[in-house]
Design a protein around this ligand. Sequence first.
Ligand code: PXP
Length: 248
Amino acid sequence: MIRLGVNIDHVATVRQARRATEPDPVAAAVLALLGGADGITVHLREDRRHIQERDVRVLREVVTNRLNLEMAASEEIIAIALAVKPDEATLVPEKRQELTTEGGLDVIAHADTIRSAVDRLQSAGIHVSLFIDPDIEQVDMAHALGTNAIEFQTASYSEAVGGTAREEELAKLLTASAHARNRKLHVHMGHGLNYSNIQPIVRIPGLEELNIGHSIVSRAVLVGMERAVREMKSAMQEHDPNPKKSGA
Ligand code: PXP
């Protein structure tokens, strides 16, 4: 079975629009878990545009199955991660001007910084994932840096227009996933996935985890969080080649 990590950043975005106390991302996390989420994912950005440090601390108390912290490999955020101890830390690139994470982390260009972040997080017992493009050289470097998992960015696949362009992006994900599995890396994916484009993704052999935010929170605004998560889980299970086998 492929795990679903529900990214609840957008719930905090609505709260921060008014600098108010609602909606509470912690309440959203509880409802997502009731709807069948296998874990909760949040991105503590350096500019704190949505999730706040307190959210991460409270979520750590509430989310007992799997808390995944998306983060830049910056000194300040690493210190927070070491104190809060999420189950998993996913290192992502971060630019202040961007609307959302754009593209994967270049682990070749930033090898030294990433190696040090991976070592420090793993020493605290945190499982590390690197958010990268589906590129063989990036996978090889991620492996050399000692990461536990990689999360392939699926934005290029999600944004590809037309059958051929999408098939090409899917082929890259298939090839890079097979390569990562040969390197004994856990394979995760995320970004831009929704109820209608996940079908070919969940059929990729060896895929263990999806992290999905925008489409689930968008549907939750209309139908409620529990139902939005349940519908995503059933869309995933419908096409999962190993629906009963649990991912590591
Ligand atoms: N994975 C990573 C590493 C991300 O940065 C994001 C966006 O925060 C997601 C998954 C979820 O993407 P989306 O909100 O498009 O589903």
